[in-house]
Design a protein around this ligand. Structure first.
Ligand SMILES: [Fe+2]
Length: 146
């Protein structure tokens, strides 16, 4: 499982999932784009010192989208017999737990300024390493049209 703290870069906002990390599976790439857009929104809202309800709302949307997206990925892995499904599922669960904790932190005014950067970095590493592995497996199983 990637640890964003281990490879922190000063300019994670430059991350472009389409150019650098696209998996070549359109639906999944679109999901990743949506998740990153919510993280961008969160970063902007934190920077603008938005009301806690607005931050909570963004984290809530990110949480729901991540749950749907992870369910889609895990379903595909299950259908195609991906051997690392359980490890990947645990990574997803870690992210979901982290988002929930940060959503709670908003209510208690404990959300840290680096929240968006941390979430973005986690997703960047997850897409670039873990997701890339299953995308290559999918292509081997079903061919380039996957
Ligand atoms: Fe994933």
């Amino acid at each position: 499982m990637p640890n964003p703290d281990a490879t922190r870069s000063p300019s994670s906002a430059a991350f472009d999932p389409l150019q650098s990390y696209a998996l070549g599976i359109n639906e999944i790439d679109n999901h990743h784009r949506t998740l990153l857009a919510f993280i961008d929104q969160l970063e902007q809202a934190i920077r603008n010192e938005a009301h806690w309800l607005a931050l909570h709302d963004i984290l809530d949307k990110l949480h729901r989208w991540a749950e749907v997206h992870f369910a889609v990925e895990e379903s595909l892995m299950q259908i195609l017999g991906y051997p690392e499904l359980e490890m990947h599922r645990r990574a997803h669960q870690t992210f979901i737990v982290d988002i929930r904790r940060r959503r709670e932190n908003v209510v208690t005014n404990e959300l840290t300024a680096d929240t968006a950067a941390w979430l973005r970095k986690w997703l960047q590493l997850h897409i670039g390493i873990d997701d890339r592995n299953y995308a290559e497996f999918f292509r081997r199983v079903v061919g380039e049209g996957a």
